[in-house]
Write a protein that binds this ligand. Sequence first.
Ligand SMILES: Cc1ncc(COP(=O)(O)O)c(C=O)c1O
Length: 390
Amino acid sequence: MPDHLIHAYQPLPVHFASGAGCYLKDGDDREYLDGLCGISVTSLGHAHPAVTRAIQQQAATLLHTSNLYSIGWQQKLASLLCETASMDRVFFANSGAEANEAAIKLARLYGHRRGIDNPQIIVMENAFHGRTMATLSATGSRKVQAGFEPLVAGFVRAPYDDITSIEAIAANNRNVVAILLEPVQGEAGIVIPRQGYLAELRRICDANHWLLMVDEIQSGMARSGKLFAHQHEMILPDVMTLAKALGNGVPIGACIAAGPAADVFQPGNHGSTFGGNPLACRAAYSTLQTMIEDDIAANAAARGAQLASLLARELADNPKVAEIRHLGLLLAVEMTEACQPIVELALEQRLLINVTAGKVVRILPPLIMDADQTDELGRRLVTAIRQFTD
Ligand SMILES: Cc1ncc(COP(=O)(O)O)c(C=O)c1O
């Protein structure tokens, strides 16, 4: 078949025909263990019965009406999100980048309302926030930005997990209105800041009337072992963005706000044709409800600890393994050298994983994995890594 796709991607030589739970089947009926969840999306596994039922029922009832009319499932989902996150209001989008666009616009408007004409947002080195013009400008990666200049202005860059640099910016820059950061940096290679970092950022934001905005697009929805990764510290953000696992595969993004931030957008300030449509919201409601009822976060914490200790045990004497780190089922094996070939070696083991930041093997498996599946994932991964290093 002639290839009519724009070459934005370089897909692996496999396509999947179906999925059930933690497994996918290719066109030849071969089964693969999904250790990536479509990059942290299908966290409840494939064809989850409750989510499938919700999608089927809603598809047969009503797909779309637009935000010109109120949408019942949007209200229900917003209430459940706000209750679980202890926040106040939600704007629904269709993707992570769009959720972050909403957060960036919200922060700028918040600044203008406070009389700051040139509002600046502090963003982090090695951050990833998306591929739209504003979010790629907020992203801390030259690879993502190169060729797309001029970038969107209004971002101040700081090193991640470094309070001193934030304090220095606070002392010198009167135009800052917000900090935007990932509680765990995903694309950068599962970089976990030290405990207390978010609490210190919260303190600085409060002292300067800045908004603390957490991008939980990859780290949220139970993956870190808590429903939201910032809940590992006793803080509340002003803004949180979600997408990826929120709809377990149905595209949806959310920009959630609390306190004064929740009343910044007024009618006419922002919008989306598809954002928050009945199908996406019902799928997300079912996903979040299942995660709460089944305490999926506790399973993510237990399986993450199990997998990390299996990998530490089996790879301890491997000189090319630099570090194994995890928070729940955000898990990384950092190698001492570039290691992209491990992806194809894992594929031969019928295991889906990914390499990010050049030398970090990233594992983002389904949060519903049981102990046996976790062992199986660990064994297949160890085999692939040994084939690469030996
Ligand atoms: C932390 C984070 N923010 C934003 C995004 C962008 O999300 P999307 O690809 O849905 O636009 C991603 C995607 O990888 C992400 O990991």
